[in-house]
Design a protein around this ligand. Structure first.
Ligand code: CDP
Ligand code: MG
Length: 154
């Protein structure tokens, strides 16, 4: 089933100048970029995005970190996009992330784990609405019949 998911290349990815490289991995996988922007996140936005983590031991550092420097946010679309992106990102704690995953290849500690990715259909929908209130851009690519369908080519 075609899904949309929110990906945030967090401040550490932008500062380390590997944000485009990470985005490129998703693009090469076949996912379609349907929204994209660079922005500095304010505290109110960070608190809304991370509301589910309020009260946890890492919450304050998490909010401070995502507001410290710009992020690049994107919406990616494709079959099973949520699970595909989560698998590519890897485990939350980078020392547990498999080599080959983004965190497993580029990160060492939890608060510098480079990427946020939506974890379920409902969270993806609410996160996309929060980060891209003006909506996404729907379009087709000719190549998608060679990437995103199980149907025999016509
Ligand atoms: O990003 P992910 O969905 O994998 O993890 P999360 O449980 O939603 O937590 C959000 C973010 O908080 C993580 O990406 C980490 O940056 C941070 N975190 C942490 O530093 N240590 C933990 N034990 C859990 C989360
Ligand atoms: Mg999460």
């Amino acid at each position: 089933m075609s899904e949309r998911t929110l990906v945030i290349l967090k401040p550490d990815a932008v500062q380390r100048a590997i944000a485009a490289e990470i985005l490129s991995r998703f693009e090469r996988r076949g996912l379609r970029i349907v929204a994209l922007g660079l922005l500095k996140v304010d505290r109110a936005m960070a608190e809304r995005h991370y509301a589910v983590h309020k009260g946890k031991f890492f919450y304050d550092e998490l909010v401070k970190t995502i507001t410290a420097s710009p992020v690049i946010a994107a919406v990616l679309e494709g079959p099973n996009a949520i699970a595909v992106v989560r698998a590519m990102v890897g485990a939350t704690r980078p020392h547990e992330a498999a080599p080959g995953s983004i965190r497993g290849d580029y990160a060492l500690v939890g608060l510098r784990n480079l990427v946020h990715a939506s974890d379920a259909l409902e969270t993806a929908a609410s996160e996309i609405a929060l980060w891209f209130p003006d909506g996404i851009v729907s379009y087709e690519r000719g190549i998608d019949r060679w990437i995103s369908t199980d149907k025999a080519p016509s």
